[in-house]
Design a binder for this molecule. Structure first.
Ligand code: AMP
Length: 280
């Protein structure tokens, strides 16, 4: 069914109040649009856990640096609405810029801890303040019971979870496993930037993370396994930002034997920066 479109903050508030009045529990799925199967899975998982799902689409300028791809970020509103309807999203919030950043906007939410783990933050220093600020606003604006996030952006998931806890937001943050293409490539709105040859090569990130995870499970020192994965990817033509094993919760470097680990990678495939991660 076609989802109801809510294009202003007052529209959103009215619809959320109506859901609340009916005693419905609802989940929010924050996105930047260019909807793919990964986003659709978040919607479906939201519907499994709540009575209604509201998806938000807002390409957030505050999480792009000046040299990044804000202007060419893929946008396709009719296609997005069709896919979100297919996945079962009951409503879609497409706010105007002023609904998010009214004139004079002066507040931001910034974190230490997982946001300063030396991963994405090292290469995109503005990123998590932009993310935490918009997500805090979307959770407050929607008043959702649940918020669905993908493990695909693992550091983001840890940051948002920490932020909601630290600010006593009543929304429960839920992480959903990464949805992948048949060859293992993590689905991403940015995959459309890949040339044919780059697309074929892209699966190597997931493959090498898996090899490293297996090596760690077989007793290899995590930093060595990660370094080997980075070397292999470099040999295949990737430019590596990081390949590293971290504590799965705090994202700190491993220090305790037997702690739960996550392997995370960011690498340039031609002009496109891809990120991925897996559990060890
Ligand atoms: P984005 O529109 O890229 O900002 O992503 C919106 C949400 O979808 C975030 O919570 C992402 O982690 C999630 N997401 C993106 N790609 C995937 C994927 N392949 N599998 C699961 N979740 C995803």
């Amino acid at each position: 069914m076609k989802p109801k479109t809510l294009r202003t903050l007052p529209d959103l508030r009215r619809e959320m109040a109506a859901w609340r009045d009916k005693g419905l529990r609802y989940a929010v799925v924050p996105t930047m649009g260019a909807i793919h199967e990964g986003h659709m899975q978040l919607v479906r998982e939201g519907l499994r856990r709540a009575d209604r799902v509201i998806t938000t689409i807002f390409v957030n300028p505050k999480q792009f640096a000046a040299h990044e791809d804000l202007d060419k970020y893929p946008r396709d509103e009719p296609g997005d609405l069709l896919k979100l309807g297919k996945a079962g999203s009951n409503a879609v919030y497409l706010p105007r810029p002023d609904d998010i950043y009214p004139p004079g906007f002066s507040t931001s939410v910034s974190l230490t801890g997982p946001a300063r783990a030396g991963l994405e933050d090292r290469f995109r220093p503005h990123f998590f303040t932009g993310v935490a600020t918009i997500v805090a606003k979307l959770l407050v604006q929607t008043g959702a019971d649940l918020a669905m996030f993908g493990e695909k952006d693992y550091q983001q998931l840890r940051v948002v979870t920490r932020m909601a806890r630290d600010l006593d937001l009543p929304t429960e943050v839920i992480g959903i496993p990464t949805v992948r293409e048949d060859d293992g490539l993590a689905m991403s709105s940015r995959n459309v930037y890949l040339s044919f040859a780059e697309r074929r090569r892209a699966t190597a990130i997931f493959q090498n993370l898996n090899l490293a995870a297996e090596a760690i499970r077989n007793g290899r020192v995590p930093s060595q396994a990660a370094a080997q994965a980075a070397r292999r990817l470099r040999d295949q033509g990737f430019k590596i930002d990081y390949v590293t094993a971290r504590n799965a919760e705090t994202l700190a470097r491993p220090s305790i034997p037997g702690e739960r680990l996550r392997l995370l990678a960011a690498a340039w495939n031609g002009k496109t920066r891809l990120i991925d991660n897996i559990a060890v």
